[in-house]
Design a protein around this ligand. Structure first.
Ligand SMILES: NC(=O)c1ccc[n+]([C@@H]2O[C@H](COP(=O)([O-])OP(=O)(O)OC[C@H]3O[C@@H](n4cnc5c(N)ncnc54)[C@H](O)[C@@H]3O)[C@@H](O)[C@H]2O)c1
Length: 436
């Protein structure tokens, strides 16, 4: 076991920078503003509401996580962001239609103060939207340097002690790793040459890393998921995490699939379809952006069920995922799952799940927790991929050569054991007392 690191205290202001100030970002911001005034509860957030068991069960020690380990408090957070659409956070939240007018009116003035900085945006990578609030520059490196300058200005103007960045921008088109993503040098050269395989989200991630700012990616596009950035983050002690917030249907999948596997029930079909009508749904209506999302959603089942170990149970699964843009529903997504399972002697059974969820309501606590836990990781000097934050992602980044852990319960265990380790407590194994 590695020694517990020194953790600097969470004093002063924490700037939370959000590239992409749409539905998820504004629901997060408004929620934090409401919660810190005591006007609403931050439901779904582990950093705010969850306890952590310490020591043996007989000790009866279960403090709130935030009381156990020093975390930035909601009052210390200052929000900033970028978006090609110039709406302030209030206008954007009204447009997103997630939160009620009653809620938004209570924090209207603070939301109106949060105006997006001009974005590094290119319709080649997100084809279904555009806006006038964009940066121009001689090449991609120039644009990345402008983001770095924004970060420094924000920090100074808002008197922040530390910053974190969480990508809440649209899903970009599907891109593959290339030689340009191998080292920091090849990436920098690639930016100068305006390489097509460098998307705007990578420019934000680059700027964050170069400014020493922890970075998480809430969308499925590559962004910081390649060797050049992982190595740099590891070497410089900067935490990174990704990809794609685990909400809605995939959350359900990673709750259900581990249960079927735990009971050795077989599965031969899992069909998932969604209707979604928000701006994210419009972006995902483009096949190139959907491909990025599809890859992210499809990996889950294979990794949880391990068909190589259980060919009789999971060797022949037909897994299909569809997302259909359907404007009347707005942010109120509906996700249907039909699961064909089989039990004793191969007898077939079916399970139907119909989840009427609110996408951004499920995503907002994830953004808050990632910001707060990335800040903790940064203060503890933990560099590179933070696998203990896999809990929050559909497509968790992991070290080269390892497979991602998708099982929500293993992820939760890992998250809490990491917190115990950071707090100098014993890991919990759930073995009975006689085995201690
Ligand atoms: N809501 C969820 O449950 C959920 C779950 C997983 C992932 N996500 C992902 O989170 C992201 C945000 O979702 P949303 O519902 O808020 O979408 P949204 O469309 O409401 O907001 C995204 C915003 O990003 C902006 N944007 C796009 N490219 C940008 C760039 N290069 N720089 C700055 N801003 C940029 C857009 O103008 C838009 O305002 C999407 O990629 C989505 O796929 C959402």
């Amino acid at each position: 076991m590695q020694e517990t690191p020194e953790i600097s205290t969470a004093k002063g202001r924490l700037g939370v920078l959000l590239p992409g100030m749409g539905a998820v970002a504004t629901t997060t911001i408004a929620g934090v503003l409401l919660a810190r005034k005591g006007l609403a509860k931050p439901i779904g957030s582990l950093s705010q509401m969850n306890t952590i068991r310490l020591g043996q069960r007989t000790e009866k020690r279960s403090p709130l996580i935030k009381d156990f380990i020093g975390l930035a408090e909601l009052d210390q957070i200052v929000f900033g962001g970028w978006d090609p659409i110039p709406d302030n956070a209030y206008e954007s939240a009204v447009n997103a239609g997630v939160l009620s007018n009653e809620h938004l009116e209570l924090v209207k003035n603070e939301l109106m103060e949060i105006k997006p900085m001009s974005a590094a945006f290119d319709t080649e990578y997100v084809t279904r939207l555009d806006g006038p609030n964009k940066k121009t520059g001689s090449n991609k490196r120039d644009i990345a340097e402008q983001i770095r300058a924004d970060i420094r200005d924000f920090k100074e103007k808002n008197k922040c002690d530390r910053l974190v960045m969480v990508w809440c921008g649209s899903t970009e088109i599907f891109l593959r790793h290339g030689s340009v993503h191998e080292t920091m040098e090849s990436f920098e050269k690639g930016m100068e040459d305006n390489e097509q395989s460098i998307s705007p989200s990578m420019l934000y991630a680059y700027a964050a890393l170069k400014e020493g700012v922890p970075y998480a990616n809430g969308a499925p596009n590559l962004s910081a998921d390649f060797g050049a950035f992982e190595d740099y983050a590891q070497a410089e002690g900067i935490p990174i995490a990704g990809k794609d917030f685990k909400t809605g249907q995939t959350l359900m999948k990673t709750i259900l699939a581990p249960g079927f596997k735990a009971r050795m029930l077989g599965i031969n079909g899992w069909f998932s379809t969604n209707i979604l009508g928000n701006r994210d749904g419009a972006v995902l209506d483009d096949p190139a952006s959907f491909k990025t999302k599809e890859e992210s959603k499809l990996g889950v089942i294979d990794h949880i069920l391990q068909p190589n170990l259980y060919p009789d149970l999971y060797g022949d699964i037909y897994h299909k995922v569809r997302i259909n843009y359907y404007p009347p529903r707005g942010d109120d997504k509906e996700g249907w799952d039909n699961i064909d399972i089989f039990g004793w002697l191969d007898y077939p059974m079916q399970i139907k799940v119909d989840f009427l969820c609110k996408d951004s309501i499920l995503a907002a606590p994830i953004v808050l927790d990632l910001a707060i836990f990335l800040d903790l990781a940064g203060r503890a000097g933990l560099g590179g991929i933070q696998e203990w934050l896999s809990f929050y992602f559909k497509s968790p980044q992991c070290a080269p050569g390892l497979y991602p852990e998708h099982d929500l319960f293993i992820q939760n265990w890992k998250l809490k054991n990491t917190l115990r380790w950071l707090g100098g407590e014993d890991q919990i194994t759930h073995l009975g007392r006689e085995y201690y």
